[in-house]
Design a protein around this ligand. Structure first.
Ligand SMILES: *Cc1c(COP(=O)(O)O)cnc(C)c1O
Length: 223
C-alpha cells in the first residue's frame, strides 16, 4: 500500500519538485518500506524521534527536521541532519552554526515564514526575516547555508485562503532572493520553497512550491 501511494504521488510531481516523506509517529518498518519503494528523504518533527530512527535505517537516508526546533536539541542531530526546515530565530541559527562547526559541517537551513492566519504556527514575518539576514550578513555564520523558505498554510478548507498564503510565501521568496544580492557575506543557495502537505500539495506546487512534505497520503492517518 505504501509503495502504491508513493507511486501515485510521485506520478503527479513535476521533476523540479522534491518529495519529503513525513515519517513522524511511524515505525521504522514502514519507513523502510518507503525506502524500498525508492524514497530517500524523510521528515521528522521531533529531534528525539529522528535521532532514535536514524541508526535503524540505511545511511543514505536524508533526514529533514520539519517541526519547531529548540536550540538545546540541535546538538543531537548536528552530525547527520540534511536540511532543517524550521529555523525561526537568530539564536537558533547561531546554535546550528556552532554545532555544525563541531562536526566540521555546513548545515543547510530553510527559514520558516509565518503565512497562516492562526496563532499557533511558528515562523518569521517578512520584516523579521530581513532583520535576521542583515544580522548574519554583519556577523557571518560560516557553518550554515540559507537554502530558502518554509511555510505552512492555515488549517482550513478554504482553498482561496490557502492559495493566498502559498502565493505570499512564493512572493516573499522572490523578493528576498533579489535582496540577497546585497548580502555578500551570507552563505546561501536560495532556491527552495518548502510548502504543501498531503491535503494541499497540488495547490502548493501550482503556487510555486518545489519541496512538498507529505505524511498521511503515504503512510495513512496518524492517531
Ligand atoms: C506532519 C507535518 C507534515 C505532513 O502532514 P500530512 O498532512 O500528514 O501530509 C508536513 N509538514 C509539517 C511541518 C508537519 O509537521
Amino acid at each position: 500500500m505504501i509503495a502504491a501511494n508513493i507511486e501515485k504521488i510521485t506520478q503527479q510531481l513535476p521533476a523540479h519538485v522534491k518529495l519529503i516523506a513525513v515519517t513522524k509517529t511511524k515505525p521504522v518498518e514502514l519507513i523502510q518500506e518507503a525506502y524500498n519503494a525508492g524514497l530517500r528523504a524523510f521528515g521528522e518533527n521531533k529531534v528525539q524521534e529522528m535521532v532514535a530512527k536514524q541508526p535503524l535505517l540505511p545511511a543514505d537516508v536524508e533526514w529533514h527536521l520539519i517541526g519547531h526546533l529548540q536550540s538545546n536539541k540541535v546538538k543531537y542531530m548536528a552530525e547527520f541532519v540534511h536540511l532543517i526546515h524550521s529555523v525561526d530565530s537568530l539564536k537558533l541559527l547561531q546554535t546550528i552554526n556552532k554545532e555544525a562547526a563541531k562536526h566540521n559541517r555546513i548545515i543547510d537551513c530553510l527559514l520558516q515564514v509565518y503565512i497562516a492566519q492562526e496563532d499557533t504556527k511558528f515562523g518569521l514575518s517578512e520584516d523579521e526575516l530581513l532583520t535576521l539576514l542583515q544580522n548574519i550578513n554583519t556577523n557571518p555564520l560560516p557553518h550554515v547555508r540559507i537554502c530558502g523558505l518554509m511555510g505552512m498554510a492555515s488549517n482550513t478548507d478554504n482553498q482561496q485562503q490557502i492559495e493566498h498564503e502559498f502565493k505570499s510565501l512564493k512572493n516573499i521568496h522572490a523578493s528576498v532572493a533579489g535582496q540577497l544580492k546585497q548580502f555578500t557575506n551570507i552563505n546561501h543557495h536560495f532556491t527552495t520553497v518548502s510548502m504543501g502537505m498531503s491535503s494541499d500539495y497540488a495547490l502548493a506546487i501550482a503556487c510555486g512550491s518545489n519541496m512538498v512534505r507529505v505524511g498521511s497520503a503515504i503512510f495513512g492517518n496518524r492517531n
